[in-house]
Design a binder for this molecule. Structure first.
Ligand SMILES: Cc1ncc(COP(=O)(O)O)c(C=O)c1O
Length: 453
């Protein structure tokens, strides 16, 4: 066989790419990465890029954190792999579950492990279906989420994800209901105040539950800040308006903290930042600072008690993954939680968030930036053709792709999402690196807007 020679050609020849704009790859080639240094990644040609996306939101301690690597090595030497079935589990798994409940918003609780955020959401849906059936309500199977939500890619979590691209798979599955995205700037109607917008969304939820029948609904899932939807913080008062409605109908509220959890919004949980208490939490990504694939369902005490009673009734919960509660993953997660909470990373997010916002506020003065939005260390700038009318650019111009590609050429990784550019750097980012990020981003914005505006 004729072997292609370059790293880029070899990558394209043998890899099926996910979530990748293929025309861009064909034209520009793949960035093949060898290693990382702090918040930078380095490619096969020795080029360095400041990764303002922390990999995929998750590498919050950077790409070469020595303590994390040591923790992984030590656990590989001690006990390199095991499962959590049949009444056996590793000591690290026991310790991590204790720690997760300790740092959760719940006084008591129980943890179930997966390999990813998608699987954790799938698992949570199965827990709810299992629970309602055990409690004599097997018809309680419908799941409520929102348009623009991102909950993952497995068949169930993709059905929860509110993105039109899932239609290529014939998804969502029946019974997954998407409510209005709580993005006031984009979806608020003419003359509608933010408070009225929130009231409209609360009414929509109430009417949807009434229409579908409360007794057919298994649960409501929401990210505190929608991440892959384009970094969309909730409209003011959103969770305070919808939670009483869910409580009224006894519908469990699940906070998908895969991105927001462990410091991204400036607090341990996004639910804290937006002042609500869910019934369960979905965690992944930052949970291991990206050093191991792992997800976790953290059930709050009350839900945990009901689920445990349902399990006891049939003697087992027939669910689990080979690597659920993997000892190396658990050791890494214990270290990651310690690093984020006790090595100044969470503090750094809090300390630099106002500086982050100032930088974006300045860039948002540009005539083609419609909105900057975010919190903590997760932000987006949305490009518009016309600022006053919020008219987007023609999609064919691929404005955000062009901005991100220009950034890449300048040695900065950021992510195009719709017409927005997303910035979610590692928590170790310094002031100097933040300046570098803004300097490169501004150059890219000016170049691209000069071409398309
Ligand atoms: C909020 C949220 N939930 C779930 C997921 C899915 O996680 P994974 O990619 O690990 O399956 C993601 C991934 O980005 C996410 O952002």
């Amino acid at each position: 066989m004729n072997q292609p020679q370059s790293w880029e050609a070899r990558a394209e020849e043998y890899s099926l790419y996910g979530f990748t704009d293929m025309p861009s790859v064909h034209q520009r080639g793949t960035v093949v990465i060898t290693h990382g240094e702090g918040p930078y990644i380095v490619d096969v040609h020795g080029r360095r890029y400041l990764d303002a996306n922390s990999g995929l939101w998750n590498m919050v301690a950077g790409f070469d954190h020595k303590g994390m690597i040591e923790a992984a090595k030590a656990q590989y030497e001690r006990f390199p792999g095991y499962h959590s079935f049949f009444g056996r589990m590793s000591d690290q798994t026991v310790m991590l579950s204790e720690k997760l409940v300790e740092v959760s918003p719940f006084a008591t609780g129980k943890v179930f492990y997966t390999n990813s955020g998608s699987e954790a959401n799938d698992t949570m849906v199965k827990i709810l279906w299992f629970l309602h059936a055990a409690e004599g309500k097997p018809q309680r199977r419908k799941i409520l989420t929102r348009w623009n939500a991102y909950h993952g890619v497995t068949a169930v979590s993709a059905s929860m994800t509110g993105k039109p691209y899932n239609s290529v798979f014939g998804l969502p599955l029946p019974g997954f209901i998407h409510l209005t995205c709580p993005h006031y700037w984009r979806f608020g109607e003419a003359g509608e105040t933010e408070e009225q917008f929130v009231q409209r969304l609360a009414r929509e939820l109430d009417e949807t539950i009434a229409r579908e029948g409360a007794d057919t609904i298994a649960g409501f899932f929401a990210e505190p800040v929608m991440g892959a939807g384009g970094v969309i913080p909730p409209a003011k008062g959103y969770f305070q308006a919808i939670l009483p409605i869910l409580r009224k109908y006894d519908i469990p509220m699940i906070s998908d903290e895969v991105i927001c959890g462990f410091g991204r919004t400036g607090n341990t949980w996004g639910a804290q930042t937006y002042d609500y208490t869910p019934d369960a939490i979905i965690s992944s990504k930052n949970l291991t600072a990206g050093f191991f694939p792992m997800g976790a369902v953290i059930l709050g005490g009350e839900l945990a008690k009901r689920v445990q009673a349902a399990v006891e009734a049939i003697e087992e919960f027939p669910h689990g993954f080979t690597a659920s509660g993997h000892p190396v993953g658990c050791a890494i997660a214990l270290k990651a939680i310690d690093v984020v909470m006790n090595e100044g990373l969470a503090e750094n997010v809090k300390r630099l968030a106002p500086r982050f916002e100032e930088g974006l506020q300045r860039l948002a003065q540009k005539p083609n930036i419609g909105e900057y939005r975010g919190v903590g260390f997760m932000w987006a700038l949305e490009a518009v053709k016309d600022k006053a009318t919020k008219t987007p650019f023609d999609g064919a111009l691929s404005v955000s792709e062009r901005i991100a590609n220009t950034c890449t050429d300048l040695g900065l990784i950021c992510r195009p999402l719709g017409q927005s550019v997303v910035l979610c750097p590692p928590f170790i980012m310094t002031e100097g690196q933040m300046d570098e990020m803004f300097e490169k981003l501004e150059k890219a914005l000016d170049k691209v807007f000069a071409e398309v505006a």
